[in-house]
Design a protein around this ligand. Structure first.
Ligand SMILES: Cc1cc2nc3c(=O)[nH]c(=O)nc-3n(C[C@H](O)[C@H](O)[C@H](O)COP(=O)(O)OP(=O)(O)OC[C@H]3O[C@@H](n4cnc5c(N)ncnc54)[C@H](O)[C@@H]3O)c2cc1C
Ligand code: FES
Length: 299
């Protein structure tokens, strides 16, 4: 299967038209079709726009995000862990954090409607990955945006070289999409290595240790590989330099960064770092961009 993804959105046009409407501040209603527990604190929501034309045409780049709103409660940005190769229904992986997400967990269920604006942000430069090997490196909830990219690569397997995923969490119970990842690994579609900081007495066949150690276990031709990393600040602190030590050029490393965001369309300034608006120029940056704006990663 092969899809045409939209061009990366223009970064200067704050008032750009979104797929969900010509007014970028107005959400489109979407129905929650299914809710599953990924961990005790993280749920996977399947959503479908109530407008069937929008539902079937909704297209995005892996790595983009949407703003989800509940009337009278609030709005927040969430990455898309599903791929544009799978149309009709899209997914969000949401962790219980504060007022909006508590309300979602406690009061919103299958059949209810929420508001969605998007897609927002730039997404991963997937055109550059064509014909190349791709190494995905995830820590914790960073697996959410990378799962959308992984599905995209697997659904169009012949367009890419080797696909590798290194993924670390605190404990076996925190591993997101575990069965799915094990099945991909068994089928040989991707080389997948998992690690946990500790097993906490739970059954575990993967590695025990920090995720950076997994990097020593994969064979890489760095001249034809792009690395894509997503995780918490402490993960970036060690992982990015380890990738450089393995020989990756900084222009071949991409990361997806979360900042506090409100409007998502370059208007409110909440996500600004200097002149960079992470909602427009990001959330995906090359490591080159990120080292020129160090506060992007570590604050
Ligand atoms: C581009 C982007 C993609 C995101 N993708 C996901 C995702 O796929 N899944 C997911 O669960 N969350 C994701 N988030 C974070 C999510 O937006 C927030 O957790 C959510 O908006 C919190 O809303 P709340 O009202 O429940 O919490 P609040 O009541 O607003 O906050 C509760 C606590 O969480 C902290 N907090 C809130 N937002 C953030 C943030 N962005 N970074 C760090 N701390 C924060 C607050 O400081 C506060 O301490 C993403 C954020 C961004 C910017
Ligand atoms: S979130 Fe409003 S400008 Fe980026």
């Amino acid at each position: 299967m092969s899809v045409t993804i939209p061009e990366a959105p223009p970064v200067r046009s704050a008032r750009r038209k979104l797929a969900t409407g010509t007014n970028p501040f107005v959400p489109a209603p979407a129905r929650i079709m299914r809710v599953r527990e990924l961990t005790t604190e993280i749920r996977l929501y399947d959503l479908r726009f109530t407008d069937s034309t929008l539902a079937d045409s909704f297209n995005f780049r892996p790595g983009q995000f949407v703003e989800l709103s509940v009337l009278g409660v609030g709005e927040g940005p969430f990455s898309l862990p599903s791929s544009p190769t799978r149309r009709g229904v899209f997914q969000l992986g949401i962790r219980r954090t504060g007022s909006l997400t508590n309300y979602l967990f406690d009061h919103i269920t299958e059949g209810d409607e929420v508001g969605i604006r998007g897609p927002l942000g730039n997404g991963f430069p997937v055109e550059m990955f064509e014909g190349q090997d791709v190494l995905l490196v995830a820590g914790g909830l960073g697996m959410v945006p990378l799962r959308g990219l992984l599905q995209y690569l697997i659904d169009q397997r012949d367009r890419f070289g080797k696909v590798m995923l290194l993924y670390g969490t605190r404990s076996p119970e925190q591993v997101l999409f575990r069965e799915e990842l094990e099945s991909l690994s068994r089928r040989g579609d991707a080389q997948i290595l998992l690690s946990v900081d500790g097993t906490q007495g739970k059954p575990w066949t993967g590695r025990v240790g920090v995720v950076t150690e997994l990097l020593d276990l994969v064979e890489l031709d760095v001249s034809r590989t792009y690395a894509v990393a997503c995780g918490p600040p402490v993960f970036y602190k060690f992982m990015l330099e380890k990738l450089v030590e393995r020989g990756f050029g900084r222009h071949r490393i991409y990361l997806s960064l979360e900042r506090r965001m409100e409007c998502g369309v370059g208007k409110c300034g909440h996500c600004a770092v200097g002149y960079t608006f992470t909602c427009l120029h990001g959330p995906v940056f090359s490591y080159w961009d990120a080292i020129n704006l160090p506060e992007l990663i570590y604050t």
